[in-house]
Structures are given as C-alpha cells and as structure tokens.
Design a protein around this ligand. Sequence first.
Ligand code: ZN
Length: 296
Amino acid sequence: MAKKEKNIYFGTDKLNRASHLRERTAQLEEMKQSHDAKYIPVYNGRHIYMNQHSSFYRRSNPFDCEDQCFLGLIGDQMWYSCPLNDEQAADLEKEVGKRFASLRRYALKLDDELAHIALYSRGLDLWQRNRKFCPKCGTANTLEMAGHKLVCQNNHEQFPHIEPAIIVMVTYEDKCLLGRKAEWPTYAYSTLAGFVEPGETIEEAVKREVEEESNIRVNNIKYFGSQPWPFPASLMLAFTAEAENEDIKVDDELEDVQWFTRLQLQEMMKDGYITIAPRYTVAHNLIVGWLEDKDA
Ligand SMILES: [Zn+2]
C-alpha cells in the first residue's frame, strides 16, 4: 500500500550526523575555519520562525549559550543548536521581534533539511532540559559529547531517551478504522496509536493497543515506516494491519472509533465533516496512502 505517499515528513538523507566528531572538540573547532557554521537558538524545544525566509532563525556566529550542540554536517555546513535559558530567550525575542514558537505551527513551510534539523534539535533540547539532574543519584548533570551525553557528579551517564510508540492503519475489506480523542479539534480523526510497554514486541503492542481502544483484533501486521516525534520524546513506528472482526467497542481513551469506506472518508473530508491528521504526520501518510491505494 501507499506507494505515492511514502515520503514521511521530517526525514532527510542529507544530514551527516558525523557522530565520531562529537568527542573531538579540537577537530570541530578547527573545522570551523573551513566550514560554514550555522547556529540555531532553541528554547523549550521551540525555534523562532522567520516568515520572510521560510526558515527558523539562525546565524553564523555562536550564541552565548552554555553548550553548543553539534547536530552534524549538510555539505560543508556545520549545524549547531544552542539551548538558551529564560533570560537569553527573552533577550533574543526582543532583538528579533518574534517569539519562540512550536514547530507544529510552521513545519510545512520548511524544506526537508530544515524540517529535519528543527525536529532533531527540538528532541535533543527537550531531553537535555528534562534531565537536569541524574535519575540515579540526584546530582546535577553536565553535557558532554557536544550535547549528546549527560554525566552527573558521580559519573552516571545518560544518552538521549526515546519512547517507541506504534501507530496503525487497520482495514477490513474496503473500510479503515479511525478514532478520535475528546480533546482533539472537532471533526479530527486519525489512526489508532499507543506506547510500546516494557517487555512487549512492537507487533504485540499493535495488537494490544488496537484491541484495547476498539475491540478489534488484528493480524497481517506489516511495517510501513517510522517518524521521529519529539512531542516530547516519541518515535512513531507505523504499521498496516487487517481486522479479524468488525464490532467496535470504544474504551475510555477514545471518544469515538468508526469504520469508514474510502468513499465515505473522501466525501466527509471534502465536506469538512472530518479532518485527518496534518500533512507532516505519519498518520497522514497512512490514511492518504490507503485512500490512494484502490487495489488494496
Ligand atoms: Zn548520578
């Protein structure tokens, strides 16, 4: 399925993370002589979006931040994110005349590389901010490896934390299964999703989540693709699956779950009775991919 809509947003093959350079501080500094360095200020995972350039704010001279985090190389550009504290962020907002804003608001205006850089720096920043102290001994953490490792005063190490979640397009004959949470915007529907639990395979998580949320049992689970989702720390693992039964029972987590035929879904989307997940989400890829895949 989904031949046309497989370009999952936020991915790029242009960035070389060059992780071997993270501990080579002197080499990184030397490289700045021959490379074009780009510094992005980041505050609570947010960036300053600049309308006129269709880009987030960045500059070629470093910010006065405590740690410069090396993100990698795009051609001969060295990309760094600079986590700002409250005061630095407020000063920069005043200087630029714009506020730090969530990536959700301008994701679709960025080209692939910039969207990837924004998402990557967001994930790294949120991890660093949420781990100021060591979870083992409570002493303060400091950043090492150009922003990619935290070490406490007792030398306990931590690396970026990612929470795997599954998201699945369940189909039954010519119908797909979509649901909505009460807190979502009116008319918004999406594919079912949930976190993978300790000790569980991702396939087991797909079966469990779908059955818990809808009473539908699934088989023929196929991997579709993945999307980093640092809102705040997920990695979305997308699947397709086939339903064994049709009788939906909704649990407390969702407000509604329904079967939609392609025709129903297309007409309801056209008439504004349903909005599906935004174009930058893998849920969108799953739904549009299924709509376009008439042979399935
Ligand atoms: Zn510790």
